[in-house]
Design a protein around this ligand. Structure first.
Ligand SMILES: C[S@@+](CC[C@H](N)C(=O)[O-])C[C@H]1O[C@@H](n2cnc3c(N)ncnc32)[C@H](O)[C@@H]1O
Length: 218
């Protein structure tokens, strides 16, 4: 946990993340995945139809969206606070499937455009929620998620685990285990799968994650 949970409060997050994506090639970023295998496997395990609405929170320039398009998923909404990240993501996506992707630049902790996203079949978040160190940010995030997700909808949350790093991209993080995520989601959600996963950064350093798959009850 953070010694000073208020440390992130002074940061202009939009500026911070735009600068992060501007200053180095995407493939050098500390969260870049050449193969987003754990996410793809969890998504495929949900057996959703290809027209299911998949929402990727804080997508950055993830390779996951290209993978999903190639697999035939055709109803994807991607979000990020950074327009630079989403421009980069847009430039990577394979045509003609890229035309089906909707891009939403908005803040998950202070949403406006995102409030219009409803009937989500699957919410995916890798390495985003753990940046929300304040209670009010976490509450806003989970309120948004719960309001957007369909009954029987799935949630994948992949965050730094309790043994994991305490900082990323120069920002404090809030570490999780599956019980903490379950508590946040509440009794309307059932934990289907969880596992710890060691991710190797482009630099060769490792980062410990917990991956969780939940389903909302009817
Ligand atoms: C460590 S990166 C992970 C990116 C992507 N999920 C991946 O796995 O490659 C964190 C991402 O969260 C985005 N982000 C941070 N705070 C956000 C917020 N309040 N609302 C939306 N996106 C945010 C950042 O711009 C960045 O792209």
């Amino acid at each position: 946990m953070n010694e000073n949970p208020d440390e992130n409060e002074k940061v202009d997050f939009k500026k911070h993340w735009n600068a992060a994506y501007q200053k180095s090639p995407v493939t050098n970023l500390g969260w870049y995945e050449e193969n987003p295998t754990p996410s793809v496997e969890l998504i495929e395990s949900c057996n959703l139809p290809k027209e299911a609405l998949i929402f990727n929170a804080g997508a950055g320039a993830t390779t996951l969206i290209s993978e999903l398009l190639v697999k035939g998923y055709g109803n994807i909404v991607v979000n990020d606070i950074s327009s630079v990240a989403l421009s980069e993501l847009k430039s990577q996506l394979p045509a003609p499937m890229n035309a089906t992707v909707q891009f939403v630049v908005d803040d998950l902790t202070n949403p406006s455009e995102l409030l219009k996203i409803k009937n989500v079949d699957l919410w995916h978040d890798r390495a985003v929620l753990h940046f929300f160190t304040e209670e009010k940010q976490q509450k806003a995030y989970f309120d948004l998620l719960k309001g957007a997700l369909k009954p029987k909808g799935f949630v994948i949350l992949a965050e730094f685990n309790l043994e994991g790093a305490k900082k990323c991209s120069g920002l404090d993080v809030f570490n999780y285990n599956e019980e903490m995520l379950q508590k946040r989601l509440g009794t309307d959600f059932v934990l289907l799968k969880s596992f710890n996963y060691t991710y190797t950064q482009p630099s060769g350093n490792i980062r410990e994650y917990v991956y969780t798959l939940f389903q909302k009850k009817l």
